[in-house]
Design a protein around this ligand. Structure first.
Ligand code: MG
Length: 159
């Protein structure tokens, strides 16, 4: 194995009332949810950009334009499957991925296992190779004020 690829992704979505909060494909009970053209799963958006970045494959904005009605309310796990099926990505296997979700609240750690399981089911990656972490920003900035949630992701691929 001499072709190793690292990729990183980052995304932010705004928190608003009357939307579901979906993170890593798991619905988290909360009075606010993330606003977006798709289901606004900020963590999976960061993960998809990390995967695309690893193979110099552009970004999800290019792949799934938010002007395209086909992606209105789209399930981000379905988009993740589409990304993984791209010829430039399907040649690689995943060593590991590490996702960090940056949110002041709600408390997300009780959902970690469900999130990892959901990613594993969608991608067929071994659960042991998937990391999902959470952090607050000590009430600083937009995440700290509860105006939005950010996520970053790193992947290591190889073939
Ligand atoms: Mg996004």
């Amino acid at each position: 194995m001499d072709d190793l690829r690292i990729g990183q992704g980052y995304d932010v979505h705004k928190l608003v009332p009357e939307r579901k909060l979906i993170l890593c494909g798991v619905e988290v009970p909360c009075e606010n949810g993330l606003l977006g053209h798709s289901d606004a799963d900020v963590a999976i958006h960061a993960l998809m950009d990390a995967l695309l970045g690893a193979v110099s494959g552009g970004d999800i904005g290019k792949l799934f334009p938010d002007k395209d009605p086909a992606y209105a309310g789209a399930d981000s796990m379905k988009l993740l499957r589409e990304v993984l099926a791209l010829p430039e990505l399907s040649a690689y296997r995943l060593f590991n991925c590490d996702i960090t979700i940056i949110a002041q609240r709600p408390k997300l750690s009780p959902f970690r296992e469900a999130m990892i399981k959901r990613i594993s089911e969608t991608t067929q990656w071994d659960e042991k190779r998937i990391s999902v972490k959470f952090t607050t920003t000590e009430k600083l900035g937009f995440a700290g004020r509860g105006e939005g949630i950010a996520a970053s992701a790193v992947v290591l691929l190889g073939k």
